[in-house]
Ligand binder design. Structure first.
Ligand SMILES: C=C(O[C@H]1C=CC=C(C(=O)O)[C@@H]1O)C(=O)O
Length: 432
């Protein structure tokens, strides 16, 4: 295995002292109306969260110890921080946004980044955080100077050009191969995914994509940092006041975009043996690994159905009391990759994935989120996402869990359905 590599931002020496100032914004702020064109990161849910501009400090890490190396660098920075925070809510003060890579062998570095400025809304309270490294951060005359209005949404332009890595037949053959390996005992569950390259007629605007995603999928965790952007329904590790929460999703079926659900249908979904086994592997993987870091683990008695536009998932909530000193990133590192995105057993599943998927997963299916100076934070799994690869190009990635009873045709349809949120936001229309 390669040694972990830590690449601090050259502009931030190891002795860098962050000077952080958070001030209250007295007027109500519509956060989604202030995602500026130059947004450097974001974390949004139910109209709240954080929008970032600029970069005060960052660390990039690679290798199997990428989480620990990034965590140590941020802890070191935070130990020198001088914070003047008049708001003192969960997301005020010194905050790092982060995006990790799926595999230790990935060429794509993982990043923790402290923005120059953050516009935040938490429980209806709005605030502005500014950060200087070794110098007092400058407060703008108005928060709007740093966070002008979001770009104006334009009507849908000409259609996107799409190209999947495989034809439908090829992808279904890969699914069949994974299912055959599962049936022969190589693994119990494997999560396979497909990439779709997209070319857009207009230059891509992360700000526009974020506001569209956050408006259309308000219950998901909408994220952006570096090259990743998306709307994840799955929370890997959220910590607060010594407790950890994780929402495990596995088992899916297509659903209507709106309208009432048929209760009988929903009961059948919850009772489906194949979906339940796929779900159970994911829950077990989280509970087993959480045992190293937490006590008093509680799991939803029965999976519930989480409804998203166009798709439903079986979901279980897991919560526990964290052992002293364990951070949100420690939990994310321990749980990643859960069997919702890799499989069971993990090593065998990851070996099959590396063999059947032609490309490095990059940031797909890896932790994305934020952390404060105490280590509390939220790390979602980067699903329903795209890698922004150029001015007019992005690569979408989505997949699904396979067990012995999986059917290649429906698995292919499921992977396509999971691309819809990104496709819709790229198109800027309701059709996908
Ligand atoms: C792997 C993905 O979804 C995971 C999360 C929810 C449901 C899943 C499933 O039913 O297969 C997957 O485990 C993806 O969105 O690319």
């Amino acid at each position: 295995m390669s040694a972990p590599l830590t690449l601090p931002d050259p502009s931030a020496p190891a002795t860098a002292t962050p000077l952080v100032r958070t001030v209250r914004i007295e007027e109500p702020v519509d956060l989604l109306g202030h995602v500026p064109a130059g947004v450097s990161g974001a974390w949004l849910r139910h109209g709240q969260g954080l929008v970032a501009v600029g970069r005060a400090w960052s660390v990039r890490t690679t290798g199997p110890d990428r989480f620990a190396a990034a965590s140590a660098a941020f802890r070191d920075l935070a130990s020198r921080a001088r914070v003047d925070d008049e708001v003192r809510v969960r997301t005020s003060g010194l905050i790092a946004l982060g995006s990790f890579s799926y595999a230790g062998a990935s060429e794509r570095p993982s990043t923790l980044l402290v923005p120059r400025a953050l516009l935040g809304v938490h429980d209806g309270e709005a605030f502005l955080t500014v950060v200087g490294i070794d110098e007092e951060p400058e407060l703008p005359a108005s928060w709007r100077d740093l966070f002008p209005s979001s770009p104006v949404d334009l009507p849908a332009a000409s259609p996107l050009e799409l190209e999947a890595d495989h034809t439908p037949d090829e992808y279904q053959a890969l699914v069949q191969q994974a299912v055959d390996e599962i049936r022969s005992g190589a693994a119990e569950k494997v999560v396979l995914s497909e990439r779709t390259s997209v070319r857009t007629p207009e230059p891509l605007s992360p700000a526009l994509l974020l506001t569209r995603l956050a408006r259309a999928y308000p219950s998901t965790w909408v994220y952006h940092l570096e090259d990743v952007i998306g709307a994840s329904p799955e929370m890997l590790a959220q910590t607060e006041d010594g407790r950890v929460f994780s929402r495990v999703l596995a088992g899916s079926r297509p659903a209507a975009d709106d309208g009432e659900l048929d209760e009988a249908d929903r009961r059948a979904f919850r009772a489906d043996r194949k979906e339940r086994s796929e779900h159970a592997y994911a829950v077990d993987s989280v509970v087993e690994r959480l045992e190293d870091l937490a006590a008093e683990i509680e799991v939803s008695a029965e999976p519930f159905v989480l409804r998203l536009p166009g798709l439903e998932h079986l979901a279980s909530d897991v919560s526990a009391r964290l052992h002293e000193g364990v951070t949100s990133l420690d939990v994310a590192a321990r749980l990643h990759p859960s069997a919702a995105v890799s499989g069971t057993p993990r090593e065998q599943a990851d070996e099959i994935i590396a063999r059947l998927e032609p490309h490095d997963r990059g940031g797909y299916a890896a932790p994305v989120g934020w952390m404060d100076a105490s280590g509390d934070g939220q790390w979602a799994i980067a699903l329903r996402m795209a890698h922004l690869t150029g001015d007019r190009s992005a690569v979408l990635q989505a997949g699904g869990g396979l067990v012995a009873a999986s059917d290649p045709v429906s698995e292919h349809a499921e992977a396509l359905a999971k691309c819809r949120p990104m496709l819709r936001s790229l198109r800027g229309d309701a059709e996908a």
